[in-house]
Ligand binder design. Sequence first.
Ligand SMILES: *[C@@H]1O[C@H](CO)[C@@H](O)[C@H](O)[C@H]1NC(C)=O
Length: 154
Amino acid sequence: MLTLLVLTSVVLLSAAPQSEAIVVYTGWERHALVGSDIRLSCSFFSWRWTSDDVTFSWSYRPDGAKDSISIFHYTNGVPYVDNKGPFRDRLEFVGNPARRDGSILIRNLDFYDNGTFTCDAKNPPDIVGRPSSVRLLVFEKNSQVPVQSQFRLV
Ligand SMILES: *[C@@H]1O[C@H](CO)[C@@H](O)[C@H](O)[C@H]1NC(C)=O
């Protein structure tokens, strides 16, 4: 009986890690005005303790483009902003990896920054999971003017 119990728990324990996976969360869609800053958040769920080797990586695909470019990595405890692409001088890491937060801040948004930002996270040995994406739409500062003038005309 005891042997059966031990065997059962051994089987359960060894099966569990395979069904576990990391789940990455970002927002779904964000709106912002030209010239403003935006924080794009990324977090993850994992059954394991937060690893010292937690990594985050962000990529960006401009609207209409086929390929994504890598824009940011956090690995070995160090944030790296890629030195290519539209955000090389405007991106700052504002996350807290110990709290599973891989958020980035993009400063001084441009009208042409519309696109999809994808975050991937790994919490070794928990590394199996799908990246999550958030769409950014940037509006011109005066984009509400037509709506307001319509009200004034009525
Ligand atoms: C970005 O998206 C907004 C909202 O859809 C749109 O008004 C604007 O024209 C887009 N910018 C560009 C450069 O396409």
